[in-house]
Design a binder for this molecule. Sequence first.
Ligand SMILES: [Zn+2]
Length: 398
Amino acid sequence: MSRLRSSITSIHSNWQPRADKQKRGRRRPDLTDIPIVDHHAHPLLRRAATQDPARFARWFTESADPQIHTAHVPNLLVYRTALRWLAEWLSCAPTVEAILAARAVIPEDEYARALLRDANIAVLLCDYGYGGNEALDHAGMSGILSIPIYRILRLERVAEELLLVHDTFAEFVDAYDQVLADARRQGVVAFKSIIAYRTGLAIDSPNPTAAEAGFGIVRATVRETGRIRLANKYLCDFIVHRGLAVQLQALPFQFHTGFGDADADLRTANPSPAQFRTLSCGAAGSAACGWPYYRETAHLAAIYANVWLDLSLAIPFATVGIPTMIRDVLGMAPFSKVMFATDAFTMPEIYWVAAKWGRWGVQRVLEELIDDGLIGEDEAIQVARSVFHESATRLYGV
Ligand SMILES: [Zn+2]
């Protein structure tokens, strides 16, 4: 146990993939000391919820299919590298069983704090709308991690909770408006919408009559099935418009775009539709992630002053494709509009793995730019600072 404890404090922050170690003589800006403001993340689960191989592996994919979890996650590069790096960090064998045994003897809080410290994640913006009943709440997260954590309010979740307790549409809308109007006072630093996964980013003008009918349909489904899932287009469009109308508070607005939850339809998660452009540009500041649509998002960030690009989720899941994405977006969008985040959830290992892939990808692309004589080393460090924390600090006011 003492060996494990000491290994957890010995920081492997100089990790580099082998291919890079072999590139002798290449100029390397050192990015390891640059702290991360992780502006797009979700809560951890209690460790007991992930303390067996199947439940651990499950969180290395967005798939909800158990067959993917057991048969195919072991063949994902993101999973294999995670096992290898964690084994090195924990001084154990590179197997999921050995890693789970090694983590089990380190107190849960200490382990999570050590991983985030090693990742140099200094601030977290957390959307508690994802994670289910086993996820920690804000007090739980603040108790486990010793870094500042700010809340992001997921509009669809707010609406779902209110829909269950209000019988009429008018009451529902009043309550919804109230929660949003009170958000800043409650410590919320951004709104967030996952409408991309529900009814798509071609968001139409609000139609209150149709939204009211949608409210009735969703409530009837809840009565029938006992489950709530807000996926009525009129109602979803309505609540997003309503959220943007509360921009009196000038809170930034995060839109998920591209891949994400297993129920996402990629065709409608593309941020290109004109309606989405118009709408997102009405926000005080709007950030979107969005593999495979990072090119579309880079375009929006390049054209509209209040649109930023969030690289998360593609980092870490795109693995060796990460430099391609970063190269494309840094080529098109202003450096000041491109932001790293983990979009991590459930286990502290996911934050850590995402930070490793993110630093590796940014470093790799900046090295290329230096080698090609396109930017200087000091400039590269400045770009990295902007990507890892400066832009997010400014946008979210944290
Ligand atoms: Zn997310």
